[in-house]
Design a protein around this ligand. Structure first.
Ligand SMILES: [Mg+2]
Length: 436
């Protein structure tokens, strides 16, 4: 996978190709939108929970006479089986088809876990279905690095914590990020540098653009247009005749100038961190220290993203899986580590008797607001005067010394991108996918 996104990331791969400009060089525009999509979600969950099904054509759906395929594993897709296909057709295509009845409750729970991981790393998550979301990664860059690093981190966490494959596309445009994640599947990542957006899209069929339906595809075909590159060459009037009011947006998309970001359905913003330990923590001093470190880390994420939080939540899990979640609402929203620490320690003091052994702990800040003037004034009149300023100064120092001095938790990969398991398909492995 590193080879794959090494081909397309803007930093090293693209910089040497930039036209030389001696005066006022344009800052290199980094892709700010990621689209993360689980691969064959329901089917992957079923294969995860029944490993003997790996490599088999597995579909999730009803097997009655009118049953329909809800999800198909990649081996099933290789036989031509698709979602929404009648089960009878799928059975004809693969006589050895394995049909698993859906477990909606399980999928819903895993979906929430996926979104929780996304929310841990990125404050702005727009969930668009049970298994996909758009993320605005611009505020997270200061803490986690460039978009391909954030995408690798998310994929690796979903893989290691949930045992499931996912794919990520990245772009300056929401629509292009979604197209890129589809091209990266299965189990891959494709980040399209801003300056190469049009080039990336040019060879793709016009049908990959959401909003260009079968009728528009036919209309364009009559004009001799099959690819997005050909669409670019159409005079605007001709494009409008085929696409109607959609035409200007599609034209911007095709020439790489679309910058549409997240929609309005941004879920309640939250961010946080979580750790699981191989051995139970039993020493109260140790537990207390670890949750204060997490509170500091969350506060740093808040400041890096320019947020203050109104609610802080402590999550603890014991060795038997019992999970306890307690929240505290702050009188004033804050990004101060000192304030968050006070609250999580108080929550822990209250609950520690009932949770003497800790296997997992997490701290999460939610009900985030931009750290605007109101929050700042509240901070200054509050009893933690000075803390946020001091902590912001520490953040700046940390930035100046580079990310190496930033203490990294177990959830962050090292400098190298996260490893990817062996490719699933015989012919087109994710590693083989390269930006043209
Ligand atoms: Mg999906």
């Amino acid at each position: 996978m590193s080879a794959q996104h090494g081909e397309v990331t803007p930093g090293r791969a693209h910089e040497p190709e930039r036209p030389e400009r001696s005066e006022s060089p344009e800052p290199l525009e980094q892709p700010g939108i990621l689209h993360l999509d689980m691969d064959a979600f329901f089917a992957s969950v079923e294969v995860r929970d029944a490993p003997e099904l790996a490599g088999l054509p597995v579909v999730v759906g009803g097997d009655g006479r009118r049953g329909v395929v809800a999800a198909a594993s990649y081996p099933a897709r290789e036989r031509g089986i698709r979602s929404a296909m009648p089960m009878a057709t799928a059975r004809r295509l693969a006589p050895d088809l394995v049909i698993v009845p859906p477990r909606i409750g399980v999928y819903r729970e895993i979906s929430a876990q996926v979104m929780g991981i996304l929310g841990d790393v990125v404050a702005d998550v727009e969930q668009i279905s049970v298994d996909e979301a758009f993320l605005d990664v611009r505020p997270a860059r200061r803490l986690f690095g460039p978009p391909e690093r954030i995408g690798a981190l998310l994929r690796e966490r979903i893989r290691s914590e949930l045992g499931l494959p996912s794919s990520v596309g990245g772009s300056v445009s929401r629509a292009v990020a979604k197209i890129a994640s589809a091209r990266a599947k299965p189990d891959g990542m494709l980040i399209v540098p801003a300056a190469r957006t049009a080039e990336f899209l040019a060879p793709l069929p016009v049908s990959v653009i959401s909003g260009v339906g079968p009728r528009a595809v036919q209309g364009l075909e009559r004009l001799g247009v099959r690819t997005i590159g050909q669409l670019r060459e159409l005079p605007p009037a001709a494009l409008s005749r085929v696409l109607g009011p959609q035409a200007p947006h599609v034209a911007r998309l095709a020439d790489g100038t679309d910058r549409t970001g997240l929609g309005r359905r941004v879920r309640d913003r939250s961010l946080g961190t979580e750790r699981t330990w191989d051995e139970d923590l039993v020493d109260p001093v140790d537990i207390r220290r670890r949750i204060t470190v997490m509170a500091d880390e969350v506060a740093r994420q808040l400041r890096a993203g320019g947020f203050v939080a109104r609610t802080v939540t402590l999550k603890l899990r014991g060795p038997d899986g019992t999970t306890l979640t307690r929240s505290s609402t702050l009188a004033q929203p804050t990004s101060s580590g000192e304030r968050l620490r006070e609250h999580v320690v108080a929550l822990w003091e209250r609950e520690r008797a009932g949770m003497p052994r800790v296997r997992l702990a997490g701290v999460r800040a939610s009900h985030l607001e931009p750290a605007g003037t109101a929050g700042r004034q509240a901070e200054l009149v509050g009893r933690t005067t000075g803390w946020t300023d001091l902590e912001a100064a520490m953040d700046r120092a940390r930035d100046r010394f580079g990310s190496g001095s930033l203490s990294r938790g177990s959830t962050l990969p090292g400098a190298a991108p996260a490893p990817t398991p062996p490719p699933p398909g015989p012919d087109e492995s994710p590693n083989a996918l390269e930006f043209p």
